[in-house]
Design a protein around this ligand. Structure first.
Ligand code: ADP
Length: 387
């Protein structure tokens, strides 16, 4: 027997063994010529592609491969033929019913035993449509979740911003109204009144700048939890915010009383954010006394040193107080009992104070009304200027 004949016989017997395996496999096993055309397909072609195996023999599989995947698969065939190395790919193939299925294929070269050239390609393919679809669904769900999370954060930020901007905007509108009223009055403002007008206009400019600062700082805080820390004397902070605090009190016709402890050690904190906390507490206190007619509408701002390592502020009103069922929900975002409330004020206060490693809480006064308190840690002496 010639060498050629021996080789052919060997090929035929391995082919027979191969067919036996292929006939019983749920994977699609196919033989292709080096131009890609089908030479043989196992019976699994029926289940996977919807065609009888014989119907596909002689056809070009690339005509069934999804246009978006065709280039990649052609390249794979070319690589295999030129390098003689196994290749694998995942791609879409059109079934007899027009639907596309995802196949995961491994392609192996068959070499001519004499010349060593690649003469055929054996491709084993598995239908992985379900797995790919499940992964796609998971990815879509993850993307949806990330989107929802971003929207949630943005929504919260928008609410916080709107809430915090109320104060400087209210102040701007108020001072601007006062200026207009005075300018339009007869006789026109004299020298001393012009001085007052100047002061009000200065306040407008200051508050407009504050509005800008609020946007910048709240965004920074909400996005990254960043604080602009500086050494801060709480008493000074209250005095400096007093224009806004008084304005807030005046709008609700309440008096603000200050009871500031002397000799308070400084804290290291974000001044603007702590001022916003104070403003929120004062505004809530003022609103709680809005309908009060039987008692004096008085709000007290007190500073104190709780233990050697903490200093605090207490804002006490003489309003309606806090029902037990509200006490545990006060600081939750969106909790409000007001018709036009946002329920963000106390949530912002808590996240600000906690970001400073402090604590905020509320309690009822024995003689009526509520007190909101917060404490901030006093840093060790050597870190007090480490803003
Ligand atoms: P908002 O003022 O928009 O309602 P807040 O978070 O500032 O949002 O307050 C949440 C709720 O806590 C208020 O709606 C009110 O019911 C209650 N609250 C806050 N401060 C006081 C207070 N000083 N006295 C009584 N209730 C208060």
């Amino acid at each position: 027997m010639t060498q050629q004949k021996l080789a052919e016989q060997a090929l035929r017997s391995s082919e027979a063994r191969y067919r036996l395996l292929a006939d019983h496999s749920s994977d699609l096993i196919a033989r292709h010529g080096i131009d890609g055309r089908w030479i043989y397909l196992s019976p699994a072609a029926r289940a996977i592609l919807g065609f009888d195996a014989e119907a596909l023999v002689g056809l070009d599989p690339f005509e069934f491969i999804h246009a978006d995947d065709r280039g990649r698969c052609l390249l794979m065939l070319r690589n295999l033929v030129s390098s003689g190395q196994e290749q694998s790919a995942t791609y879409r193939v059109r079934r007899a019913d027009g639907r596309h299925v995802w196949l995961e294929s491994k392609a192996k070269p068959v070499f001519d035993s004499l010349s060593g050239a690649v003469v055929e390609v054996v491709v084993t393919s598995r239908d992985v449509s379900e797995r790919i679809e499940a992964t796609r669904k998971l990815r879509r769900r993850e993307a949806d979740l990330a989107h929802a999370e971003r929207l949630g954060t943005m929504g919260q930020m928008a609410s916080e911003m709107a809430h915090e901007l109320n104060q400087p905007l209210y102040a701007i509108a108020n001072f601007a109204d006062a200026c207009l009223e005075r300018i339009q009055q007869q006789p026109p403002p004299g020298a001393s009144e012009r001085e007052e007008l100047n002061r009000w206009i200065l306040q407008i400019a200051q508050q407009a700048r504050r509005a800008g600062d609020v946007v910048r700082r709240v965004t920074k805080f909400v996005r990254k939890g960043d604080l602009d820390r500086e050494s801060l004397d709480l008493n000074r902070c209250i005095q400096e915010a007093s224009v806004l605090l008084e304005l807030c009190g005046r709008s609700k016709e309440i008096d603000i009383e200050y009871d500031l402890a002397s000799g308070l050690p400084p804290v290291v904190a974000d001044r603007l954010l702590i001022e916003q906390v104070l403003l929120n507490l004062v505004r809530n206190g003022a609103e709680a006394m809005e309908d009060l007619s039987d008692r004096e509408r008085r709000l007290t701002i007190r500073t104190f040193q709780a233990e050697p390592e903490t200093v605090g502020v207490a804002v006490s009103d003489r309003g309606s107080g806090l029902p037990a069922e509200h006490l545990c929900r006060l600081f939750e975002p969106y909790f409000t009992t007001k018709a036009d409330g946002t329920g963000m004020g106390l949530a912002i206060c808590r996240s600000t104070i906690e970001a400073h490693a402090g604590r905020i809480w509320a309690q009822n006064n024995s003689d009526g009304g509520a007190t909101f308190l917060f404490v901030l840690p006093v840093p060790p002496l050597d870190r007090q200027h480490g803003a």
